[in-house]
Design a protein around this ligand. Structure first.
Ligand code: CA
Length: 178
């Protein structure tokens, strides 16, 4: 029968009269003859739609070259079944029963932005009434967009550099042309 849950059900209520007992049988006011129809009746119950949302986001939206990229895959409500989530990296992670998130790390030793997307999500043997994937992908940028914990990159051709430095008083060496 229909339950107010997130899973699709197609059951029906089935019932029939099994027996009847007349308490005043044989006395005044009782039926002269009482019988019943014991055939089965079916009442199909329509399911409702309770959506579940799964999403991915970056725990820290940026990283330095060589550092891991951290993501979290979350659902908006705990489920009574483990949720299997396939990712664009080829990995499949499992959000355990009653849990609402899974921390996912890409141990990429190279450089460049890393985007991870949710390819599919589902549970074994049951179907969601409605499964929403939003947002379905997240990105960790490399190099970081902001922050001062990294060296700036040079984007111009440098043909001449002058280095200035402090010199001991009395010294006539104040700059060095390269
Ligand atoms: Ca249901």
């Amino acid at each position: 029968m229909n339950r107010d849950d997130v899973w699709v059900e197609v059951d029906a209520i089935t019932n029939s009269i099994a027996s009847i007992v007349e308490t005043n049988v044989g006395t005044s006011g009782a039926f002269e003859s009482l019988s019943f129809d014991g055939s089965t009746v079916n009442t199909v119950v329509l399911d409702d739609v309770d959506p579940v949302t799964v999403k991915i986001f970056s725990v820290d939206g940026e990283r330095n070259p060589g550092e891991p990229a951290f993501f979290a895959i979350c659902i908006d409500q705990p489920l009574d079944s483990p949720l299997l989530v396939s990712l664009s990296t080829g990995d499949t992670i499992t959000i355990p029963t009653v849990s609402m998130e899974f921390l996912y790390t890409v141990n990429d030793t190279g450089s460049g932005d890393i985007t991870v997307s949710i390819v599919s999500a589902g549970v074994t043997s049951k179907t969601f009434e409605s499964l929403v994937v939003s947002p379905g992908s997240a990105m960790v940028t490399d190099p970081p967009i902001d922050g001062d914990d990294h060296f700036p990159t040079l984007d111009k051709d440098i043909s001449h550099i002058t280095i200035y430095f402090s010199a001991a008083e009395g010294s006539d060496l104040e700059s060095l042309d390269l």
